[in-house]
Structures are given as structure tokens and as C-alpha cells.
Design a binder for this molecule. Sequence first.
Ligand code: NDP
Length: 290
Amino acid sequence: MTLTVAFLGLGAMGYRMAAHLPAHFSTVYVWNRNFNKATQHADEFGTTAVSLQQAVQADIIFSCLPTSQQVDEILSQVTVKPGTVWVDCTSGVPESARLQARQLTQQNAYFLDAPVSGQTAGAENASLTFMVGGQHEAFQRALPAMQAMGTLIKHVGDSGSGFAVKAVNNMMLAIHLCAAAEGFTTLKAHGVNITEALDCINASSGKSGVTESVLPQRILNRSFPLTFALALLAKDTGIAVDLIREAHISAPVTVLTQSLIQAASDLAGPDHDFSAAVKMYESWSKITLE
Ligand code: NDP
């Protein structure tokens, strides 16, 4: 395709996502704050490591940064070409997306909030889900580039809608994580064989993505591989609580879960996988889930 594409932010997700673009686009710029990662990406995947100012001259710009705050910092430093579509894959704040879209409208360009799910494995094998908010015309223009990295790509509404879907999804993940930690420490306290119990629950109505994959693949084998930071999950649950407050809705489980995940993140410190949230329950009950 003749469109030029750029990717800003080569972290756990971005590094793997951007790797798929050269198979579909002849010019793929990459930029990262720690620039060594950009040059390494260029060597590994045939992308082109460039300055931030050059990267934002692309027709389609992807970003994948920790929070909307870092996206704001970058947006404030650059000017894009008219017609550019900026596709932000950060799990960000809905209100920020509305402001960012307005900011790019002033440059006759578009902003899509397009967070993803599927974890680093989905980024690696181009099977991510994109949940996209913003103008439909911009969505159509950026669709082929998103299809290079994902399999399910949905336009879910106006600016901010994509970020809202992602925040609610991750809140539900956090609730399932707390539910599994509470359920399985209770079973172990009663002397139940938790490996056999897990098989029963995964064939029953209490199962979730946490019981089917997180518990057996990250927690019970004590591997806790760092692919999605607990601090990022705490950020997402905070966004979900803000959405609930803005809507004046009662959601006590969400509010309680957010405080539990935030406490687990504060207790664990930086650089822990989200699955390590169960360690807070383990320290309370003196029971290890293994
Ligand atoms: P990482 O922490 O692995 O990567 C963060 C990236 O942002 C790095 O490229 C980092 O650059 C860059 N960055 C951080 N601060 C700044 C800054 N001030 N200015 C410029 N660049 C900056 O995060 P992930 O890739 O795990 O997550 C990215 C987003 O995707 C988050 O919003 C997360 O919630 C979401 N997400 C993550 C998933 C996962 O499984 N990991 C799954 C789905 C969504 P540098 O290398 O220089 O530090």
C-alpha cells in the first residue's frame, strides 16, 4: 500500500504490534523514547527508526503508551499533516480522547481511541481485538493498518467509546481475578485439591478467563511472567471507576475491586505482572496458591 505508517511507543505491546506492518506497507516509521529500541526494531523487522518529528509525518500514526498523559505530552510537541489518522492503542481515558480528537481536528486530522486486547501473545501473532471510538470515516481509512495487527476490529461509537470499553473489560478482568483469589484460597483452607477443583470449575458456571488461563498458566505454576503490569491494571480500574462516577451509577463491586487492585499494586511495587495481585490475598490468608 502507498500509505506511510508510523508506530510510537515500542513497549511490550508496541514492539510486537509494529513488527507486522512492513508486510503490508512499504514505509513504516518507528519511534521510541529510548531510541535503542527503535533501531533494534528496524534491524529485526525492516522498519525505519526515525525522529518523532519525522514519524508524525506518516499518513497513519499508531501510539501505544502507558496512559493518556504520555500521549498528551507527545501531541503537544508535534504537528501532523492534514488528513492524518492518529490511532491511539493506549488503554486511555475517554475524556482525554475527546480532547485529543478536538486538538487534531484543529490540524484537519483525526484521532481514534483504539485500545487493544489479547495481551502480548495477541500482539505477537496479530490476533488482537481493537475497540475503536471516533469518526467512522477515519476508522475506515485506518482499518487496513489495524487489520495487519488484529482479527476483531470494531467501531464502538464516538470519541472515548473505545477507551470506555477497554476500561470496563479490564475492570471485569480485575473482578474475576479477585473472585478467583478468594475462591481458591477458601478451597485450599478447607483442604480441597485445588488443581482438581480448577478442572471442575472450568467445566462449570463459575469459570472465567482468569480460571481458564491466568490461574493455571501464571499463578498455580508460580511463574507470574511480566507481560502486563499490575500498575497498568490499577490504572484501568481507576478509569472504570471514574466512568461510573461520571454516570452517577451505583457499582459497589467495581469500586471495591479498584481499591483492592490499587492496594495490591502498591504492595507489590513496580514491575510485577497483573496476576501477582493474588499475592496480597496469599499474605492475608497465609495460603499459597500452588
Ligand atoms: P510498556 O510499559 O511495556 O511500554 C510503554 C511504552 O511507552 C514504552 O515504549 C515506553 O518507552 C513508552 N513511554 C513511557 N513513558 C513515556 C513518555 N513519557 N514519553 C514517551 N514514551 C514513553 O507498556 P505496554 O506495552 O505493556 O502497555 C502499553 C499500553 O497498552 C498501556 O496503556 C497498557 O495498559 C495497554 N495494554 C497492555 C497490554 C499488555 O498485555 N501488556 C494488553 C493490552 C493493552 P521506553 O521504552 O523509552 O520506556
